[in-house]
Ligand binder design. Sequence first.
Ligand code: ADP
Ligand code: MG
Length: 327
Amino acid sequence: MIQVEGLSKNYARTVAVNNISFSVEKGDVVGFLGPNGAGKTTTMRILTCFMPPTAGKATVAGFDVFEQPFEVKKRIGYLPESPPLYPEMSVADYLMFVARLKNVANSEIKRRTEEVMERCAIADVKPKLISKLSRGYRQRVGLAQAIIHNPDVLILDEPTSGLDPKQINETRELIKSLSGEHTIILSTHILPEVEAVCEKVIIINKGKLVATDSVENLKHRAGLNAAIQLQLDTAGNGNAEVVRQTLEQVPGVSKVLEKTVSSDRLVFEIEGLSDRNPRADVARAVVNSGWNLLELKSLTFSLEEVFLELTGSSAEATVANGKGAAA
Ligand SMILES: Nc1ncnc2c1ncn2[C@@H]1O[C@H](COP(=O)(O)OP(=O)(O)O)[C@@H](O)[C@H]1O
Ligand SMILES: [Mg+2]
C-alpha cells in the first residue's frame, strides 16, 4: 500500500530524513517510532504530499506522492501534530466543510458527517464550537476529519500527545477500532503505545532507518529472547562456582551470569544460543545434580530495551563514521 524508497529530506543544512526505505502492506497498523527530531513528522509530511522529498520516492496505492498528489490525497487521511481545526466553527459545520473540501459527494455529506461523529464519539458535542472543546475531544474531531472521505490509509502524527491518561486510552481504542478498515501509520515516541496499538514497527533515529519488523520479530531479532533466569539452592551439594560450571556444560547455553549468591539461594541469568532455548536442559541438569530448582523463567525484554539496544548501537555507528558525537 505504501512504498518508500531511498527517501531523503534536507532543510538547509539539517538532514532530517536520510535515505530511508520501507513498505507498508494493506491493512497493516504500523508504529513509526523514534525520539524527538528523528524525522517522523518530515516523513509523514512527504507521504501526505505536503512537501517534496529532496531525494527518493514514495508511492501510496501505486501513485507517486510528488507526481500524482491528487490521487494520493484521495486515499489518505492525515492527522498532523496539531489538527487543522477552525476554533470558531461548530463540530458539525467544520466536518461538513472538510467533507466538501475532500470532494465527498453532496448527497453523502450529511450522512457521512453523522457517521464519523458517531464513530469518533463526538456526536454529543456536534453543535459546540471547537474552541470550547477539551483537548481529547479536539483530537477526536481531528481523527474525524482524517477519516471523513473514507481513505484507505490513515497517517496519524503523535495522535495521543498532550492528552491525559484517560484521553490517551480512548484515542488508542478509537484508533484500534479503525484498524480493520484502514491501513494505519501512527508516529509516536512512546514505546508502550506501539505495543498497545500496532502489529508492526518502523524505527527511525536521526533520520535513519534503524529497524522495520513486527513487534514480536523485533524482540527476537535483538537476540534478547533466549535469556532465562534460574533460581536454585544446592542443598549443600556444591557452591556457586560448581553450579556455574555445570550450567555452562548444558547444550544450548552460551553464557552464564551470577546474579545473587546467598547461602540458601543462587540466582543465575543464562543466555541461550539464538536458535535454541535451553530451558528444559537447564532444568534437567539442575535436578540431576541433586539441587532444588526454585524458579526458572524466560526473561522477556520490553520493546523499550530493544529500542535502546537498536538506537544505542546506531548512535555508536554514527560516531564511528566520524559524523560527530551525539549531544
Ligand atoms: N521546517 C524545518 N526547518 C528546519 N529544520 C527542520 C524543520 N522541520 C524539522 N526540522 C528538523 O528536522 C529534524 C527532524 O524533525 P521532525 O521530522 O519534526 O522529527 P520528529 O517528528 O521525529 O520529531 C529535526 O532535527 C528538526 O529540527
Ligand atoms: Mg514530529
